[in-house]
Design a protein around this ligand. Structure first.
Ligand code: SAH
Ligand code: DHB
Ligand code: MG
Length: 220
């Protein structure tokens, strides 16, 4: 069948058309982000839906995101929460945070989504008193991914889901790349930690540039 030859990207778009349609607030995020000079590196709609499905599967009420950009993935996540749920998203750039707040106002989730500005490694220690988080989404500076995974485990409970974006990147997040840079090495170390940690049940999926998904197991 001709469809068997569809490229992975075309397949992902076809799946997204059916399972992850964007409404107006989601569609306009990219336009506003571009107008503000932000890079076009939000997750895809399909990845956004995957995040929602995972949030619903672990009955998430408290979600932590590391790396907000323009609030696109945060909108998908916040919409998986009930009105009493909460999303905290960490973002280093005050300029990005302003775009994020406007995105969440327009998407109708400003009551349950909050952006905290600063380098994530400085903000994370202060979140211990607000833990546990049911879902933690890592999508900021790739070289710090191994540190973010350690923090995510610390801020989680058994049954929490930890997701990290940009973990496959062709295959350079899995194997030693020809010309390794800090981002590839961070992703590769992250995948080694996630696959080798007995407290985690993990898999990586080739969605977008690759998401690694881990469930935190109990202490036994
Ligand atoms: N999750 C977003 C995309 C995030 S892009 C989405 O899919 O919609 C990565 C973001 O991480 C950028 O906005 C960048 O400013 C932020 N970032 C980079 N280094 C950071 C750090 N050390 N602490 C917090 N945020 C950081
Ligand atoms: C970059 C960061 C991301 O989170 C992403 O999804 C794509 C690219 C980047 O820093 O280039
Ligand atoms: Mg990303």
């Amino acid at each position: 069948m001709a469809d068997d030859n569809a490229s992975p990207l075309a397949l992902q778009r076809a799946i997204a058309d059916l399972f992850a349609p964007e409404d107006e607030p989601l569609r306009e995020v990219g336009t506003r982000a571009a107008a503000e000079g932000l890079p076009a590196i939000s997750v895809s709609a399909l990845q956004g839906r995957l995040l929602q499905v995972l949030a619903a599967a672990c009955q998430a009420r408290r979600i932590l995101e590391i790396g907000a950009l323009a609030g696109y993935s945060g909108t998908w996540l916040a919409r998986a929460l009930g009105p009493e749920g909460g999303l905290i998203s960490l973002e280093i750039s005050e300029k990005h945070a302003e775009v994020v707040r406007e995105t969440w106002r327009r998407a109708g989730v400003a009551d349950r989504a909050e952006v905290r500005v600063g380098p994530a490694l400085e903000t994370l220690p202060g979140l211990v008193s607000e833990a546990p988080f049911d879902l933690i989404f890592i999508d900021a500076d790739k070289d710090a991914y191994p540190d973010y995974l350690s923090w995510a485990i610390r801020l989680a409970r058994p049954g929490s889901v930890i997701v990290a974006d940009n973990c496959v990147m062709g295959s350079s997040g899995l194997r030693s790349p020809e010309e390794p840079d800090a981002a590839h090495l961070g992703a590769r170390r992250y995948n080694r930690m996630a696959s080798g940690n007995a407290r985690l049940l993990s898999v990586a999926l080739p969605v977008g540039s690759g998401m690694t998904i881990s469930v935190v197991r109990g202490p036994d």
